[in-house]
Ligand binder design. Structure first.
Ligand SMILES: [Fe+2]
Length: 140
């Protein structure tokens, strides 16, 4: 499943790994609500999940970037660029969800449902994993 944290994603920095698990939990919540879109999920509930997801994503990126800057990590810029792209994608989606009609909100939600878990899995496995053993000397 692309929306589940796996052992292979362990970076070895506790605060980062805890954040990643929490992000997957929020994505699972988002996906569960999105799947029920045609049925009982109301826009208010969906908006509340999105607000929490957006806030947590931003908080996590800030924590991770600070660790990298403090460590003088040379992968910082690559990581920051990917973080900024995701923040932008999420902002565009939230805008579509809030200001579009019901049809547009539903289509955007379906796209995000397919995208979020895959993005996070790939980002952790391909980019965050490079931090392993290089931010904290005892981590990894
Ligand atoms: Fe990252």
């Amino acid at each position: 499943m692309s929306d589940t944290w796996q052992k292979a994603m362990k970076v070895g920095i506790e605060v980062v790994d805890d954040d990643h698990r929490q992000l997957f939990a929020l994505i699972q919540e988002f996906n569960a609500a999105a799947q029920a879109q045609g049925g009982a999920v109301d826009a208010g509930q969906m908006a509340a999940i999105l607000t929490r997801l957006d806030a947590y994503v931003k908080g996590h990126f800030a924590r991770e970037e600070l660790l990298q800057v403090e460590a003088g990590y040379d992968g910082y810029e690559e990581n920051k660029r990917q973080h900024d792209e995701l923040t932008h994608t999420l902002a565009v989606f939230i805008e579509k969800f809030q200001s579009g009609g019901a049809g547009e909100a539903k289509a955007a939600t379906e796209k995000m449902q397919a995208f979020l878990g895959v993005w996070l899995s790939q980002h952790i496995l391909k980019t965050d994993m490079k931090m392993r053993g290089r931010i904290l000397p005892w981590a990894g």
